[in-house]
Design a protein around this ligand. Structure first.
Ligand code: HEM
Length: 260
C-alpha cells in the first residue's frame, strides 16, 4: 500500500501518467472531504467520487484478488489434467486443430482462446471441483426479512454459502457423477446459482474474464508443446488447505515434450 502511495504521488507529474486502471481511478478521485449520506443530511455530499484511500485500497484488492486466485486455478488445472489423460488429450486435439487451420498463428491471443469451447468447459469443470474462494468471500447480508424454500431469513443475517455443497450437488450437476471430471456437463444449462466459483450477481468477480483468458492462454501454450503427466508424489503432497484461498500445498506433475 505504501508503494501505491508512491506511484500515486509520481502520477501527479503529467509526464508520468499512463492510460491504465489506476489513472482512471485517480481521475475519479477527490482530495475533498467526501461526506457520506449518513454524515449529516443537511450538508451536500459529493457523489461518484473516490477518496485516495479508496484508490489505494482498490489497487491492493486487485493485487490480492487477481494473482493468488489465478495461479491457484492454474495449479488445479494441471492437477486435474494429470489425473484425466483422456480429457487432456481432447483439449490437445482442440488446440492442435486450431493451429492446423491457422498455420500463421504462433501464439494464442484473446480471440483464439475464446474459440475453444472444450477449453472453456474444462476450466469451469476444474473450478467446480476445486473452488478457490473461501465461503466468507461470497457471503451476503440479508437487507430485508425473507423466506427461501420455507426457511425464514432475518434482516441482518449473514449468509455464507458452502460452495462445496453446491458444486457437488448431484441434483444440480447430474446425471454424470459429481465426483468425476466431466467438462461436457457444462453443455447443459444449469441453475443460475449452481456455479459460484466467481460468485454471483452484481458483486461477482470483476476479474473473471481476465482470469479465464489468462488461464486459457497459458494452457494453450503449455499443452501445445507438452503433456502433463502424473507423478507418485502428486496425491500425497496435494494437501488442500484454506489459507487466503483454498489451495494445494504442492502439485507434483511431470511435463513430457510432445512429438510435433
Ligand atoms: C480464477 C481466478 C479467480 C477466482 C476463482 C475469483 C473468485 C472471486 C470470487 C468468488 C469473488 C467474490 C464474488 C461474490 O461475492 O459474488 C471475487 C471477487 C473479486 N475478484 Fe475475483 N477471482 C479470480 C480472479 C480475479 C482477478 C484476475 C481479479 C482482478 C484482476 C479479481 C478481482 C476481484 C475483485 C476486485 C473482487 C471484488 C468484487 C466486488 O466486491 O465487487 N479476481 N473473485
Amino acid at each position: 500500500m505504501e508503494r501505491v502511495d508512491e506511484v500515486i504521488e509520481m502520477r501527479s507529474d503529467a509526464a508520468k501518467q499512463r492510460a491504465d486502471l489506476l489513472q482512471l481511478m485517480l481521475e475519479a478521485a477527490s482530495r475533498e472531504h467526501i461526506k457520506d449520506k449518513n454524515d449529516d443530511v443537511d450538508e451536500q455530499y459529493i457523489a461518484k467520487k473516490l477518496t485516495y484511500d479508496e484508490v489505494v485500497a482498490n489497487v491492493f484488492l486487485f493485487m490480492v484478488a487477481g494473482y493468488e486466485t489465478t495461479s491457484t486455478a492454474l495449479a488445479y488445472c494441471t492437477y486435474v489434467l494429470a489425473n484425466y489423460p483422456e480429457e487432456q488429450h481432447k483439449l490437445q486435439e482442440e488446440i492442435d486443430e486450431y493451429f492446423s487451420q491457422n498455420e500463421n498463428e504462433t501464439d494464442p491471443d484473446y480471440d483464439v482462446v475464446n474459440r475453444m469451447p472444450y477449453m472453456d468447459m474444462a476450466i469451469k469443470e476444474v473450478l467446480r471441483m476445486h473452488p478457490i474462494a473461501l465461503s466468507p468471500v461470497i457471503n451476503r447480508e440479508c437487507t430485508q426479512e425473507t423466506e427461501v424454500c420455507g426457511i425464514k431469513i432475518t434482516k441482518g443475517a449473514i449468509i455464507q454459502p458452502d460452495v462445496y455443497s453446491i458444486h457437488f450437488d448431484q441434483e444440480l450437476w447430474g446425471p454424470q457423477d459429481v465426483n468425476g471430471f466431466c467438462p461436457e456437463r457444462h453443455l447443459t444449462k444449469r441453475h443460475p446459482l449452481a456455479f459460484t466459483a466467481f460468485g454471483v450477481g452484481p458483486r461477482n468477480c470483476v476479474g473473471m474474464r481476465l482470469a479465464l483468458v489468462e488461464i486459457k492462454i497459458l494452457l494453450t501454450r503449455l499443452l501445445k508443446q507438452y503433456t502433463i503427466v502424473k507423478t507418485d508424489k502428486l496425491e500425497e503432497n496435494l494437501n488442500i488447505t484454506e489459507l487466503t484461498v483454498i489451495t494445494p500445498s504442492e502439485i507434483y506433475i511431470k511435463l513430457e515434450k510432445r512429438q510435433q
